[in-house]
Design a protein around this ligand. Sequence first.
Ligand SMILES: C[S@@+](CC[C@H](N)C(=O)[O-])C[C@H]1O[C@@H](n2cnc3c(N)ncnc32)[C@H](O)[C@@H]1O
Length: 221
Amino acid sequence: MSGVEEENILARHKNKWDVLAKENDRYYVRSVHHEQSDEEYEASGKKNVEEHILNDPILMAKLGCLAEKNVLEIGCGSGRITRTLSKHFMNVAALDISRTMLEKARYFVNEENVIFLESNGEDVPLFPASVDFAFSFIVYQHFPTKEAILHSFRQVARSLKPGGVFKVQVRGIANPDPKHWAWGPHFTKEDGLALANSAGLKVIELRGEGSQYFWMLLEKS
Ligand SMILES: C[S@@+](CC[C@H](N)C(=O)[O-])C[C@H]1O[C@@H](n2cnc3c(N)ncnc32)[C@H](O)[C@@H]1O
């Protein structure tokens, strides 16, 4: 694929997520019901942080004291998870492709230790070796191409400090309808290993291969 083709795909993808965010950000972030109160929305993010970060002993052993760590969240949406991350980590860089999602996130997350970053869909505008931990949930499952996912993983690897970790969920099973708004590429276990390797990241643990929630815990050497 040429650079121009890839740019066009990402521009359309950005527009798509802006349209969805304007229509109903909370529904397209967490597709349970169309109306979600602040309390319910925050509680669902808190539950995800507990399940995927605080209650993951391998990850917690790698991270040590969270209050001294900088975290990068890829695909923060309207701040559902960001709000809880800001309570545990020293600083949060919360990145999304959609400007509208980010506007809503700024409104929902009013903490001084959070910065919001708008991306073109694959770049991470941070200094190299500036974050201890990167996290992403229900985001890469929506990326338009595997090329953009690899580019993004390489950018995350660049932003991690040596010894920094990336806990990331990708789609592990095909979504059969390419026209569905939620469509995105999927990865077999072998694809996941190749992706990590091409991004220069070491695999610490894989979980949920073959399901929608294929989790990878990766480390920068
Ligand atoms: C289903 S929402 C999940 C949001 C958040 N992770 C959460 O769980 O609350 C997916 C988010 O990923 C963002 N997104 C989709 N493709 C992206 C890309 N290529 N780069 C950055 N963000 C992207 C969307 O704008 C949307 O906010």
